[in-house]
Write a protein that binds this ligand. Structure first.
Ligand code: NI
Length: 268
C-alpha cells in the first residue's frame, strides 16, 4: 500500500521493521508491559552514494514534511558518510541516513551495485515511500557473499534494500529504566543479546550521548537462487545528556555509531 503522509510513512516503516525483526517487537512488548511508554529517538536508513539513491534523494520526503538537515558524520574506516535530520516537533524521531562511498571500493563491487540500482524502475526512487519499498532489485546468494567480502554494510543493503535498519528507544522518556546500565541488565536478564563491540555502552555523559543495541536477529531471506539466514535489523537505545547551554544534545557521536554499525555484522 502506498502512503503519502509522514505519519503514514513512519507507521509503515515500523510495521515492516517489527515484521522482519520479531526481536524488536519482543523488546518493545517487554518494556510496554512494564508500563513504559516508548518514544522513538531516531530511525536509521542505509543507502549508497549513487546519484539515484543518495542521502539527498532519500531525505526528500522528510524535508518535504518539516524535517531539517542538522549535521553530518564521516566514518573513514567503514567508508560511510551520514546526515541527520530533525523535525520541529521534538516528539518526532530524528532521521539518520548513511551512504556507502562507492568510489572507495573495487570495480567489482561498483559493477554489482550499479547493476542493482539500474534495476530500480525509473522514477521509483522519487516516490514518497520509496524508503519503505524493501528490496527493489534482484540479488543472488553469491552477490551477497561477494559484497560481504568488502563491506558488511553493502551486503546488508543488497539483501534488505530500503527499510529501516533500526529504530531507537529514547531512554530519557522511560520511567523505570532511565539508566542505560539498568536497562541493559534488564534486557540481558530476559535473554536479549547486546552488541558488545567497543563495550556494551557506546559514548558517555561527557559526549552527551550513551547508546547500546541488541545484536541483529537472523532471518531467512530469499535470494534469486535460494534462501540464506542472515542478520537483519537491531533495536537501539539512546540516552541523551544536556550540553553546556542546558539543552539536550540531539546529534550523534561518530565513534559510537561506528561500533553500532557492527550490530548487523555476522559472527559477533
Ligand atoms: Ni542509531
Amino acid at each position: 500500500m502506498k502512503v503519502n503522509t509522514l505519519t503514514g510513512l513512519l507507521d509503515k516503516m515500523w510495521t515492516d521493521y517489527v515484521e522482519i525483526n520479531p526481536l524488536a517487537q519482543k523488546v518493545y512488548d517487554l518494556l510496554t508491559n512494564d508500563g513504559e511508554h516508548i518514544l522513538n529517538d531516531h530511525i536509521a536508513l542505509r543507502t549508497f552514494n549513487h546519484s539515484r539513491v543518495s542521502i539527498d534523494v532519500l531525505a526528500k520526503p522528510f524535508l518535504e514534511s518539516g524535517y531539517k538537515y542538522m549535521g553530518d558524520y564521516h566514518f573513514t574506516e567503514k567508508k560511510l558518510y551520514a546526515k541527520h535530520f530533525e523535525h520541529a516537533d521534538e516528539k518526532m524521531p530524528k532521521i539518520f541516513i548513511s551512504e556507502l562511498l562507492l568510489e572507495k571500493f573495487s570495480p567489482e563491487l561498483n559493477k554489482l551495485i550499479n547493476r542493482m540500482i539500474n534495476e530500480i524502475p525509473s522514477g521509483k526512487e522519487l516516490e514518497f515511500d520509496f524508503i519503505s519499498a524493501g528490496r527493489p532489485w534482484s540479488v543472488s546468494i553469491k552477490d551477497y557473499q561477494d559484497l560481504m567480502k568488502e563491506s558488511d554494510y553493502a551486503a546488508w543493503v543488497s539483501a534488505f534494500g530500503y527499510r529501516p535498519n533500526h529504530f531507537t528507544v529514547f531512554i530519557n522518556a522511560l520511567k523505570k529504566f532511565s539508566d542505560i546500565q539498568n536497562l541493559n541488565e534488564h534486557l540481558k536478564g530476559h535473554g536479549f543479546k547486546l552488541n558488545s563491540s567497543g563495550g556494551e555502552i557506546k559514548g558517555s555523559k561527557e559526549v552527551c550521548l550513551e547508546q547500546s543495541s541488541t545484536l541483529a536477529n537472523n532471518i531467512e531471506v530469499s535470494f534469486s537462487d535460494g534462501k540464506l539466514t542472515i542478520p537483519a535489523c537491531y533495536y537501539e537505545f539512546a540516552k541523551r545528556y544536556p550540553m553546556q547551554n542546558g539543552k539536550l544534545y540531539q546529534g550523534f557521536v561518530a565513534a559510537s555509531a561506528d561500533k553500532i554499525f557492527e550490530s548487523t555484522n555476522q559472527g559477533q
